[in-house]
Design a protein around this ligand. Structure first.
Ligand code: GRF
Length: 216
């Protein structure tokens, strides 16, 4: 790891990497299909994108997203969490991220809670995408929850990860209508299209250090 890529511990110093002409190094954590991960990879191909996707990590060793990442030529790290204490597992993730010189961590369908230790160690540098208009419908089954309470719109949120579940500062949101006859699957598909648009842009805005974005 050279000096310019050394892990930067303070968010206010992260712009140094971009200002030096390099791209900020992003590690993406996945557990499944990785379609948001793929959207980030695609966006990062743009020379103007301020970040590169440098490492994909998964707690599910056969997650389909891993193959997508490999096909894109991106380094992967897969290690099951089974039988491990959360903090011990997260220490392994942390070591891999640091070894790879990662500066930002993007959760993309990572289906595990992170330990307080990990969140504190990467404070302000972990982002997540959640398929609801937070603070509405935290946790799982968000689309069914939105339909159950009769919401007229749904959407997705990119936020900083803190200790509270789906609770950190909101960076960007995108909205979609809920249409007559929608079931959870139809709504999820409509939201997912917006997720793939929103996440790369919100991450770019964050990495550039230009503050919050409305996603437009
Ligand atoms: C997405 O809906 C994301 O918002 C949520 O989990 C899903 C992951 O899908 N956190 P994918 O693996 O990115 O396709």
């Amino acid at each position: 790891m050279d000096g310019a890529r050394a892990l930067v511990l303070h968010p206010q110093r992260l712009t140094r990497t971009v200002n030096d002409g390099g791209k900020a190094r992003v590690g993406v954590l996945i557990s499944g299909r990785g379609s948001n991960m793929a959207a980030l990879i695609e966006a990062a191909r743009d020379p103007a994108c301020p970040y590169e996707i440098a490492l994909i990590l998964s707690n599910v060793t056969d997650a389909p997203g891993l193959e997508t990442a490999r096909r894109a030529g991106i380094e992967t790290f897969a290690h099951s969490h089974r039988g491990m204490k959360r903090a011990d597992y997260d220490a392994i993730l942390d070591a891999e991220l640091r070894r790879a010189g990662i500066e930002w961590v993007a959760l993309a369908g990572y289906m595990r809670l992170l330990s307080p230790w990990f969140i504190d160690r990467w404070r302000g540098r972990i982002v997540n995408i959640h398929p609801s208009l937070l603070p509405a419908h935290k946790g799982l089954d968000t689309h069914a929850a939105a339909l159950a309470v009769g919401d007229v719109e749904a959407g997705c949120t990119v936020h900083i990860v803190t200790e509270g579940l789906d609770d950190g500062p909101i960076l960007a949101q995108a909205r979609v209508p809920i249409l007559p006859g929608d079931d959870a699957e139809a709504l999820a598909a409509r939201v997912l299209i917006e997720e793939h648009r929103l996440y790369p842009r919100a991450l770019a805005t964050l990495v550039r250090g230009s503050g919050a974005s409305d996603g437009e």
